[in-house]
Write a protein that binds this ligand. Structure first.
Ligand code: SF4
Length: 218
């Protein structure tokens, strides 16, 4: 299923390289926290403001005044909470000896340590693992759950664990899994939205939700 979905989505939406633009791995981590509960556009404004004052390093973020940090990231919303989380992230990276040191840790150990950070749930931890630490993991987000619930319909939706296991076993590499995640988001925004546009969808032939709709019309 995953290889087929991957090929069909790539055919429809094209390559998604550069989907997560960032000048550094630390910027990806910061972006993963700033984008929560807001849009990428708003998060990008906050990231740009941090870069303008040369604050896109763990050391600078750890030492900048909290009020100044709050003002800088205000465009991303929830700026008080996010400022606290960014400072904790920065201190975590510094105390671990930097990103290169963290990169030497086993994936399970690293994932558990990321999950201990305030504001980092499974989705954010897996995004960091995939896009910062080059680990072959699937990011399961709302787009992924909705798409696969519809594809497998009327069978029960797979759990996040099962989705990750199957995708990681099938797609294998970090590059493929990151690309797959980007394609699923593109598809969720252009076709498989809450009210889906099935007409142009490349997955129609393998979609249980679409099949059921067609049989109702027959
Ligand atoms: S056919 Fe419709 S419901 Fe199925 S994946 Fe495509 S857009 Fe989503």
């Amino acid at each position: 299923m995953f290889a087929d979905v991957f090929e069909r989505l790539r055919e429809q939406h094209g390559p998604q390289e550069g989907w997560w633009p960032a000048d550094s791995r630390f910027e990806v981590m910061v972006g993963a926290l700033l984008v929560q509960r807001t849009t990428w556009r708003n998060a990008a404004v906050a990231i740009e403001r941090l870069k303008q004052v040369r604050c896109m390093t763990a050391e600078r973020l750890a030492h900048i005044g909290t009020d100044e940090l709050r003002m800088l990231i205000k465009p991303a919303g929830f700026f008080r909470v996010k400022a606290t989380r960014l400072k904790k992230l920065a201190r975590f990276v510094i105390s671990a000896g930097g990103l290169d040191s963290l990169s030497g840790r086993q994936t399970v150990e690293l994932r558990n340590q990321l999950l201990e950070l305030e504001g980092v749930g499974p989705e954010t931890a897996d995004a960091m693992l995939g896009y910062v630490f080059d680990r072959p993991v699937l990011v399961v987000d709302a787009y992924t759950r909705r798409l696969f619930a519809r594809l497998y319909h009327p069978s029960p939706a797979l759990s996040d664990t099962a989705l990750k296991r199957d995708a990681e076993a099938t797609l294998g590499t970090t590059q493929a899994l990151n690309e797959f995640h980007a394609l699923v988001i593109a598809h969720g925004q252009r076709c498989c939205s809450p009210t889906p546009s099935c007409e142009p969808c490349s997955l129609r032939a393998i979609c249980g939700f679409e099949r059921e709709g067609q049989s109702r019309l027959a």
